[in-house]
Design a protein around this ligand. Structure first.
Ligand code: UDP
Length: 238
């Protein structure tokens, strides 16, 4: 079904947690380098790549309450965490000789450009990899929502959700040995079967704007390039 798909511009969503590798916290140097290499391979196919990265390896808004911090304050802390990851990823990509720009939804002039939609598109047209930091800059959202909205704004052909599982399953494959993987799903099927792909806000944004999502395993070498060249990897939601 996916064999002849060719993408021109994509938005890659990486979770912050994935950057931890085998650690319990923070950024694993090997994992960071591996991700940068995967992105380099994909960019070599001539595809324009924008990236949204999460912050769960450093701080999540949900942790705030447990340490007596207000929810909104915690969400801003989470957004700052995404900028730390974005800066690390930018550095790793530049080390590999790629041109990048980091754009933030919160003002941080010393380290990032402010997010300006037209400027982001221009960077992509010039072959720069654009990393969007600080989520949407608003509390009560997630980086999945940032991925969906930014993808729509920049006219991406697809949202690629890089995870540690190779797609969407009938049930949690880490708990249920009988779980099977879907190759394709419609947005309606995801709702009808109560499957978990992204949070509801992010998912609905994609559905309403007919923006397909591919969930795939980012930790398998060369998988990102394979997805982008239309090979049957992960689960396509359309
Ligand atoms: N966050 C937010 N608004 C946004 C994006 C993120 O408030 O637009 C906060 C939220 O608290 C979230 C944290 O930043 O928990 C880190 O992002 P996320 O949990 O999405 O990261 P991931 O799970 O992908 O590592």
């Amino acid at each position: 079904m996916k064999t002849s798909i060719k993408y021109k511009r994509v938005l890659l969503k990486l979770s912050g947690e994935a950057l931890m590798g085998e650690q319990n916290y923070g950024i694993d140097a090997n994992r960071l380098e591996q991700y940068a290499l995967e992105i380099k391979r994909a960019a070599a196919e001539g595809i324009e790549i924008a990236i949204v990265i999460g912050g769960g390896n450093i701080f999540r808004g949900i942790q705030a309450a447990s340490v007596g911090i207000d929810k909104v304050q915690g969400d801003y802390m989470g957004m700052l965490a995404t900028v730390i990851n974005a800066m690390a990823l930018q550095s790793a990509l530049e080390k590999m000789g790629l041109y990048t720009r980091l754009m933030s939804s919160m003002k941080m002039e010393q380290v990032c450009e402010p997010y300006v939609r037209r400027r982001a598109i221009r960077h992509l047209e010039k072959g720069r990899i654009v990393i969007f930091g600080a989520g949407l800059g608003s509390p009560y959202f997630t980086t999945d929502s940032a991925a969906s909205l930014r993808a729509i704004e920049i006219g991406a052909d697809v949202v690629l959700k890089g995870t540690r599982v190779d797609g969407v399953y009938t049930s949690d494959p880490e708990k249920d040995p009988l779980a099977t993987k879907y190759t394709n799903l419609t947005f309606q099927e995801v709702f009808a079967r109560n499957l978990n792909v992204m949070d509801m806000t992010a998912f609905t944004l994609c559905q309403e704007n007919a923006l397909p999502i591919i969930v795939f395993d980012m930790n398998v070498p060369d998988n990102l390039r394979r997805v982008l060249t239309g090979q049957e990897v992960g689960t396509l939601i359309y």
